[in-house]
Design a protein around this ligand. Structure first.
Ligand code: ASP
Length: 331
């Protein structure tokens, strides 16, 4: 039987991979999100050997400006594409919030087909830009039959990371991503995919979150813990501004300055849901039995920015902290 190439759609959202500046020496100070999806693939004509490619421009932004609206649009579009015979999706995305969008999609895509996020640390105009090779690898990964039944993935710098585990751990280096709690899922060499780790927290099909009818998400904000946190005014301000949930970037395994904690206990009584994460890069938060009884939720091993995503989605289904805790244990 003749080999038919997999059908892959590239959804472009911007980022440094689509960034540009007038000198090839510059890897900072450029404008992210200016080059179109079609121009991106013109730089890597070899991807047409791997798959039948089509493109869609979903947004063209610096991903530090990512919104719930764009993430919802992506999830809905991907779920739609997977019901129309598409075999895999590649999303070009800025690296700043790539882990957040990856995890959001991990929780909301109702398919076991591959979804791969890719970006670049150097703009498209830079000498030795990393975007073209990363994009080639991402398409190879999305087109590979081994990529089915896995978490949403990130393909950067020849490595494969899972949405659940991946964290941006370097501001500038092309080797910007790692998975401190999980390890790499695998790597890609000259378009060949190798998986060396099957660790995954969830099976995509079991995801309980249905965003098909959502146009917005409950507001959840992140509060940092630090020494000398005087009046804990930020917590009150977030709630006054409409936050339904708070994620605490606690110290150590989820500790909170006593001044801040006093305010948080009052907010719990007002019905605000509070998940405790940690500002430490690896490990897991432990919430004492007494604090759990008050309603504090452990974000487990999710960093604050990913815990924010899960808490917002959880709040679309329930306000009960015990039920929300179950989501954090499961997803
Ligand atoms: N600020 C850029 C962005 O996230 C950084 C990058 O893409 O590497 O869009």
């Amino acid at each position: 039987m003749a080999y038919t190439k997999p059908k892959i759609v590239i959804l472009a959202t911007g980022g440094t991979i689509a960034g540009s500046i007038d000198t090839s020496v510059a890897t900072t100070g450029y404008t992210a999100g200016v080059v179109s999806a079609d121009a991106l693939i013109q730089a890597v004509p070899q991807i047409k050997n791997l798959a039948k490619i089509s493109t869609q421009q979903i947004a063209n932004i610096d991903s530090s400006n990512m919104t719930d609206e764009i993430q919802l649009k992506l999830a809905k579009e991907i779920n739609k594409l997977f019901t129309s015979g598409i075999d895999g999706i590649v999303i070009t995305h800025g690296t700043d919030t790539m882990e957040e969008t990856a995890y959001f999609l991990n929780l909301t895509i109702k398919s076991n087909k591959p979804v791969v996020l890719v970006g670049a640390m150097r703009p498209s105009t830079a000498m030795s830009a990393d975007g073209p090779k990363n994009l080639y690898n991402a398409v190879a990964l999305a087109a590979d039959t081994l990529s089915k039944d896995r978490d949403v993935m990130v393909a950067m710098n020849d490595k494969i990371q899972s949405a659940r585990g991946v964290v941006k751990t370097h501001c500038l280096n092309v080797d910007a991503f790692s998975s401190p709690n999980f390890g790499d899922l695998g790597y890609i060499t000259d378009g060949q995919v190798f998986f060396c780790n099957n660790i995954t927290k969830k099976t995509q099909k079991k995801s309980p979150f249905d965003v098909s009818k959502l146009t917005e998400l409950p507001k959840v904000d992140i509060l940092y813990t630090y020494s000398n946190d005087g009046g804990a005014v930020a917590a009150k301000a977030f709630v006054a501004d409409g936050a339904k949930g708070l994620v605490i970037a606690g110290s150590g395994s989820g500790n909170i300055h006593q001044n801040q904690k006093k305010v948080l206990k009052e907010l719990l009584k007002e019905g605000v849901n509070i998940a405790i994460s940690s500002r430490v890069v690896a490990g897991r938060v432990v919430v004492s039995k007494a604090d759990a009884k008050l309603g504090f939720i452990s974000a487990e091993d999710l960093n604050p920015q990913k815990a924010r995503i899960l808490l917002a989605l959880a709040l679309t289904k329930t306000n009960n902290p015990k039920k929300i805790q179950e989501y954090f244990l499961k997803y």
